[in-house]
Each structure stands twice: as structure tokens, then as C-alpha cells.
Design a protein around this ligand. Structure first.
Ligand SMILES: C[S@@+](CC[C@H](N)C(=O)[O-])C[C@H]1O[C@@H](n2cnc3c(N)ncnc32)[C@H](O)[C@@H]1O
Length: 229
């Protein structure tokens, strides 16, 4: 019996993959026009526009947030606020979104900000989309800050963690030189320390008994976890 096709067999050329993405975007619930316009404006005016999630990924984030019933969202890594606006759209007027973004010495500032956060109510969803080498520390801080007995938890029981870019063009799973992205992307997109940190993060997500985890090979790799306690 033939094996099920892999992602590469399913979308074997960049053109097919682009058509599939555009088709999926058209056949998913639309984003409001102001979000699409803001994304396009950032693409035209900011040098690091590729930092942003795509519009299709934004559509998926809105869907997940609403399906999870998330009303209070913490985002680590906001850049110029596109995904924060997307979360705000997802949660609506009675929701709350907190975005963390650094200027200098970011990891330290963000970790301090994260540790200093004492929300009146725990968050329902935490989105990690910041400096990749910090992912294991963010996860440790989230778990330490969400102890079952604690009166001021960061993430509620049953709360969701979503982490972006956890596969880094496949280099996290296959960091060998045979991976064509090794030459192409390694020095542009990611550093070896990022790959090491992302492997540690993915293993921690899957291995922690307080979490139920799912790593989806969509976009640049999206890690999901549900906090059980
Ligand atoms: C991939 S971009 C975020 C993109 C944004 N989530 C979006 O989709 O529109 C990552 C951002 O995280 C910021 N950053 C990196 N490490 C951070 C940290 N430890 N705390 C807060 N912000 C951080 C960077 O300045 C950068 O703007």
C-alpha cells in the first residue's frame, strides 16, 4: 500500500504552495479590511515586515482564539502590532490583549516584564513570537507563574500556549547540510543557538506532564499546548 503523501508531496513546487495558500486564505473567514490594509502598509514601509504572521496565519489565530473561548491574551513579541491587532479583533470589545515588545536588551526586559506581570485574572491564551533563543525561558516562566495553588496565575487551568516558528524552515527537525534550507536560511533566518533552543522548547512542551502538546508543521511550525492544571 502506498504511503500517505507528505507535505512536500502534497505541495511539490513553490507555485503550487502559493496557490494553495491563496486559495486557503480565500476560503477562510475574512479578516476585517483594516487588518489586511495594515499588513500591506507594514509590508511596504517597514524593513522587517517578514516578522509578521501572514494574513492566513492571522485567520487561523482568530479561529483558534474563538474556538478556545479565549478572551484574555498575552503576546510575547509584538513587533509593530499586527498580530496584537488580530488578537484584539478575535477577543472583541470585552476581551483584553497584552503585548510585550522590547527596544533594547530585549530578553532581559521581557523576562522581567513577564515575571512582574500579576494579572488580576489569568490569561486564557499566551502567544510566543519573540526571540527564538528565549523560548525555553518563556515557557519556564509561564509554567512557574501558573502554579495550581497560586492566587495570581499567569495562565488559567486549561489555558493555551501557541508558539510560532518552532520548526524554522525545517531546520529544527533536520539541521543537516542536506537540508536545502541549511545554506539558504541558516545564517539569514536563524542561528544555531536558536535551533538548539527551539529543540529544547519543543521537547519541553511535549514532555511536560502539566501540558498536552501538538506541533503542527504548518506555516513556520506552530506549537500548541494546553495547561492541564
Ligand atoms: C516575529 S516578531 C513579532 C511579530 C508579531 N507577533 C506579528 O506577527 O505581527 C518578534 C518581535 O519580538 C520582539 N522581541 C524579541 N524578543 C523579545 C522579548 N524577549 N520580549 C519582547 N519582545 C521581543 C522583537 O523586537 C520583534 O519585534
Amino acid at each position: 500500500m502506498a504511503n500517505k503523501p507528505t507535505t512536500r508531496d502534497l505541495y511539490p513546487t513553490p507555485k503550487v504552495a502559493a496557490e494553495v495558500t491563496a486559495y486557503s486564505e480565500r476560503n477562510s473567514t475574512s479578516l476585517p479590511q483594516y487588518l489586511v490594509d495594515y499588513h500591506a502598509w507594514v509590508e511596504q514601509n517597514h524593513p522587517h515586515a517578514t516578522y509578521m504572521v501572514s494574513n492566513l496565519q492571522a485567520q487561523s489565530l482568530v479561529f483558534f482564539a474563538r474556538a478556545f473561548g479565549a478572551k484574555r491574551i498575552l503576546e510575547i513579541g509584538s513587533y509593530v502590532g499586527y498580530s496584537a491587532l488580530v488578537w484584539a479583533h478575535a477577543v472583541g470589545q470585552d476581551g483584553k490583549v497584552t503585548g510585550l515588545e522590547f527596544s533594547e536588551d530585549y530578553a532581559k526586559i521581557a523576562r522581567e516584564a513577564l515575571s512582574a506581570l500579576k494579572p488580576e485574572e489569568p490569561y486564557d491564551l499566551i502567544f510566543i513570537d519573540a526571540q527564538k533563543s528565549g523560548y525555553p525561558a518563556y515557557l519556564r516562566d509561564i509554567l512557574a507563574g501558573s502554579q495550581p495553588a497560586s492566587a495570581t496565575r499567569l495562565l488559567r487551568p486549561g489555558g493555551i500556549i501557541i508558539a510560532d516558528n518552532v520548526l524554522r524552515r525545517g531546520l529544527v527537525a533536520d539541521g543537516s547540510e542536506e537540508n536545502p534550507n541549511w545554506q539558504l536560511q541558516r545564517h539569514v533566518v536563524t542561528a544555531e543557538e536558536d535551533l538548539v533552543a527551539l529543540r529544547e522548547f519543543n521537547a519541553a512542551l511535549a514532555g511536560d506532564e502539566r501540558l498536552e502538546a501538538l506541533l503542527l508543521p504548518v506555516f513556520d511550525g506552530v506549537g500548541f499546548a494546553r495547561l492541564l492544571d
